[in-house]
Design a protein around this ligand. Structure first.
Ligand code: GAR
Length: 209
């Protein structure tokens, strides 16, 4: 089974869905560790599921590059096939992406390239957009600029608040994330390597699983 490391910062509902999917062996993946940048509900889900979880908080390091290095060490120690950012609200530094090229995906609550950044739902409402959604993409060094893997659309309804729209997006986002991560994992298990940006067709990916 493909080895997943999941990065979280918040509620962890996407992590929870991944953990549940991984209970079924045919899903093709296992969450080997959860890393968080702060104490959060996602971290608690991991602990309850018996998955090793660790907080690597920027405040514990003298500067951003030191935090980035510590995160790289913490993640690579688990030899992940795929790193899944599931509500991880920090930018990954170049050092991180150099060590894990083509292996990091992120899910974002908008139809990218519209509304990148940390406040996508709020920005969608402020712009008066009538549709929104979620995008799963390969992480690159930009802010939500990487190659898209999948996108799902939802309506923005009159009277929507940040909470109601977030909920509608998550209802579509979570199944997309679970389906696509499972597909990527099974492709790796079958030795097809990763499809998509920086796919890096690394033959070792297949041998590791
Ligand atoms: C998800 O909707 C995810 O798209 C978003 O945070 C939420 C996390 O929910 N991520 C971003 O906004 C990243 N820019 P969760 O903690 O319940 O999985």
């Amino acid at each position: 089974r493909a080895r997943l490391v999941v990065l979280v910062s918040g509620a962890g509902s996407n992590l929870l869905a991944l953990l549940e999917a991984c209970e079924e062996p045919s899903y093709g993946a296992q969450v080997v560790a959860v890393l968080a940048d702060r104490a959060c509900a996602g971290f608690d889900h991991a602990a309850r599921a018996g998955v090793p979880a660790q907080v690597v908080a920027p405040g514990d390091f003298p500067d951003r590059p030191h935090w980035d290095q510590a995160l790289v060490r913490a993640v690579t120690a688990w030899e992940p096939d795929l790193v899944v950012c599931a509500g991880f609200m920090r930018l990954l530094g170049p050092g991180f992406l150099e060590r894990l090229p083509g292996r990091v995906v992120n899910t974002h609550p908008s139809l990218l390239p519209d509304f990148p950044g940390a406040h996508a739902v709020r920005d969608t409402l402020a712009a008066g957009a009538d549709r929104s959604g979620a995008t799963l993409f390969w992480v690159d060094e930009g802010v939500d600029t990487g190659e898209h893997i999948a996108q799902v659309e939802v309506e923005v309804l009159p009277g929507d608040t940040e909470a109601t729209l977030t909920q509608r997006i998550k209802a579509a986002e979570t199944p997309q994330l679970v389906a696509q991560v499972g597909r990527l994992a099974r492709e790796m298990v079958r030795g097809e390597g990763l499809q998509g940006a920086g796919a890096g067709a690394d033959p070792e990916v297949a041998q590791d699983v």
